[in-house]
Design a protein around this ligand. Structure first.
Ligand code: PEP
Ligand code: MN
Length: 338
């Protein structure tokens, strides 16, 4: 349920309300909006408890949340969430954010070179997998620990924030020194232990939709992070499994529209894993802008044919640069700025 706080209620009244919610055995989750303050209340409710809350000062109204996801839906927060990624860089507002870089950090030279191209072309966030969750255990699993100092050095050189995947709860701490955004991959979308731990960190989490997850599954997975206290979740549509074989996955562009309607969280599109083809990526990026996405996650590589992972879907620097030159007009038409 959600408690709508009376508009004139002062801080003390809100504090007392939160205390009461907690003492009744619920988890309170205050949301301070521009127009109103609400307290989302999570837990098993009984009529008695609701009646107690109804008598509290400052309570304007108590309404049930009908959707299975309680905190990430627009029922509790109508305004879109704007999340700070790094100093002066936000996602979910007017600015359209482009995250780009190789699938995997392969070596210092490879990562430093492509990072420079991403920066020069105007990318906002650098991506690169240090831990790679591969479908086969026999394939390259990422540089792992050895990738951390490389990522740190390249981050320092470019000054770009960095998004990287965390595959295992045990690696959260190690990645904390380099990850400005923790990525949760499609294969881990419902790794609830991982989501719960990421709910306790002070960094944004980018949660990728699993290949066979519905929009509602994705939102409930996001709920696992937010319920622990970390509100900064970015959702990522990265294609789903269908019968289609022309693409690696099928970009569910309507999911972007659905997610933006049902949730206040920012949404990004990954055109690389959803198509599996470099030649499809630029058009899908533009489709993402048109659908109302807040950003992109694009794979780029200096020499895709030599890439250790996902070369066939990675853009070369000239193609990425061309895309970055084309996006402003699409962003403007969609009421955004790059
Ligand atoms: C990735 O972004 O590198 C990745 C592994 O993607 P996904 O989890 O969507 O397959
Ligand atoms: Mn990849």
């Amino acid at each position: 349920m959600v408690i709508i706080v009376e508009s004139g209620a002062d801080e003390q009244i809100v504090e007392d309300l939160i205390g009461k919610v907690r003492s009744l055995g619920f988890k309170p989750h205050p949301i301070y909006g521009v127009e109103k303050t609400v307290i989302a209340v999570v837990g098993e409710k009984t009529q008695d408890k609701v009646e107690v809350l109804q008598t509290m000062p400052g309570v304007q109204q108590i309404i049930p949340i009908l959707k299975p996801y309680k905190l990430v839906g627009r029922e509790v927060k109508t305004e879109s969430s704007v999340i700070e990624i790094a100093d002066g860089l936000e996602i979910g507002g007017e600015r359209f954010i482009v995250m780009a870089g190789p699938c995997a950090v392969e070596s210092y030279d490879q990562f430093a070179e492509i990072a420079q191209y991403v920066k020069e072309a105007g990318g906002h966030v650098l991506r690169g997998g240090i831990f790679k969750p591969r479908t086969s255990p026999h394939e390259f699993q990422g540089l792992r620990e050895e990738g951390v100092p490389i990522a740190r050095a390249v981050k320092e050189e470019t000054g770009l924030p960095f998004v990287t995947e965390v595959v295992d709860v045990r690696d959260i701490e190690m990645l904390h020194e380099v990850a400005d955004i923790y990525q949760v991959g499609a294969r881990n979308m419902q790794n609830f232990a991982l989501l719960t731990e990421l709910g306790k960190v002070d960094r944004p989490v980018m949660l990728k939709r699993a290949m066979s997850a519905t929009v509602e599954d994705l939102l409930q997975a996001a709920e696992y992070v937010v319920v622990e206290g970390n509100d900064d979740v970015i959702l990522c549509e990265r294609g789903i499994r269908t019968f289609e074989t022309a693409t690696r996955n099928t970009l569910d562009i309507s999911a972007v529209i659905a997610l933006k309607r049902f949730s206040h969280l920012p949404v990004v599109v990954d055109p690389s894993h959803s198509s599996g083809h470099d030649w499809m990526v630029p058009s899908l990026c533009k489709a993402a802008v048109a659908a109302g996405a807040d950003g992109l996650l694009v794979e780029t590589h200096r020499r895709p044919q030599e890439a250790m992972v996902d070369g066939y879907q990675s853009l070369t620097p000239p193609v990425f640069e061309e895309l970055m030159g084309e996006l402003p007009a699409f962003c403007e038409a969609a009421g955004r700025v790059l």
